[in-house]
Design a protein around this ligand. Structure first.
Ligand code: SF4
Length: 355
């Protein structure tokens, strides 16, 4: 319990139990018990965040790795996580930390001030809360993000899309600038592969993030035989177009066998191309494929005339051909507005040294 911090967004129930509303699981936790995410504990009717200050996995990553393609393209993001997750995805790439408890990773205490200082020293303007689910280390992310914002820095969540509404509204008001949100599959996928998750609640979460006005990008990890269907693309494109916007970037990324899902082959490039083409046919304007470096579908094209306006090779921005200035970018060929938040620039090849 050393360093634990009282949690936000919970309510007392009878007999010392509490209800956590930080995420849409809404755990009811008896005195002495923990939430589904393993990092929130009820001690005598008070809920505590056990992972506060326990940063792990600190690194500097290109913002394209998250992936964000329309938010400060070409920038670097200081990134970190804590242990724990509110999902149980069978194919999790970071299962060693996401499916762990704080006591499995005795981690030195790193206060928010130190994280912000380190990000500043490294010259990274953006802090990314990533690798595991940032919602479950919300208090730590919030304290870090508020300090970072005071220093003119930006904060982004890389999230599985199950944050509670109250937390989303609080984040938007106090520190968060952008969210890259998973849209993993249909009802069956969320129930069976992600671990008892309800698709409708994910869609509500995506809508709630978008309605705060922050920048949102969507990602779908394409799993052969699971979500690689035209029907899935059409249904989700319909949701994105009507509830968000046809300009929301949508990334289809390649699955690799991992954790408890090693019996499914990696996604073929042809399947990713098919998903991309279907999403475009369904009216989405900015669609990308990921984990296929050098593919033409990594680039940004003007949706009106097809001009290439940002060129990428993997996570590297290799060329920017936009006209206008940040916030008012246009296609240099036909003048169509291209929605990019912040400055777009080629990735600098000199990488800052961490610590
Ligand atoms: S944040 Fe953790 S304890 Fe709270 S509702 Fe979600 S899984 Fe349960």
């Amino acid at each position: 319990m050393e360093g634990a911090k009282e949690a936000m967004f919970y309510a007392p129930l009878e007999e010392g139990a509490v209800k956590c509303m930080l995420c849409r699981r809404g755990c009811v936790i008896p005195d002495g018990g923990r939430g589904f995410c393993r990092v929130r504990k009820n001690v005598g009717g008070k809920l505590y965040s056990l992972n506060y200050g326990r940063a792990i996995g600190m690194a500097v990553d290109p913002i394209e790795k998250k992936p964000f393609y329309h938010f400060w393209p070409g920038s670097q993001a200081f990134s970190f996580a804590t242990v724990g997750c509110n999902f149980r995805c069978l194919h999790c790439q970071n299962w060693d930390i996401s499916q762990a408890s704080p006591e499995d990773f005795p981690t030195p205490y790193t206060p928010p001030e130190e994280l912000v200082r380190e990000a500043e020293r490294l010259g990274t303007r953006i802090i990314a809360y990533t690798y595991t689910e940032p919602t479950i280390f919300y208090e730590y992310a919030r304290d870090t993000g508020v300090l970072a914002r005071e220093k003119g820095m930006l904060n982004v969540f890389v999230t599985n899309g199950y944050t509670g509404k109250e937390a989303i509204d609080d984040a938007a008001k106090s520190f968060l600038d952008a969210a890259r949100i998973d849209l993993k599959g249909g009802e069956e996928h969320y129930l069976k592969i992600a671990g008892g998750v309800v698709l409708d609640r994910v869609l509500d979460t995506i809508r709630d993030y978008y309605r705060t006005g922050m920048h949102v990008e969507i990602i779908t990890l394409v799993i052969p035989g699971d979500n690689d269907t035209r029907e899935f693309v059409a249904r989700m494109a319909g949701f994105l177009r009507t509830e968000l916007s046809d300009e929301v970037p949508w990334h289809f990324t390649r699955f690799y066998p991992a954790y408890k899902m090693t019996d499914v082959p990696p996604t073929s490039v042809e399947t990713l191309e098919k998903m991309h083409d279907w999403a475009k046919e369904e009216g989405m304007k900015y669609v990308y494929i990921g984990n296929v470096p050098g593919h033409e579908y990594n680039n940004t094209y003007c949706p009106k005339c097809g001009e290439k306006v940002i060129e990428r090779d993997g996570f590297t921005v290799t060329g920017v051909a936009l006209s206008g200035s940040p916030g008012k970018y246009k296609c240099p060929s036909c003048g169509t507005r291209i929605p990019i938040v912040g400055e777009a620039k080629p990735t600098s090849l000199s990488r800052p040294e961490l610590f």
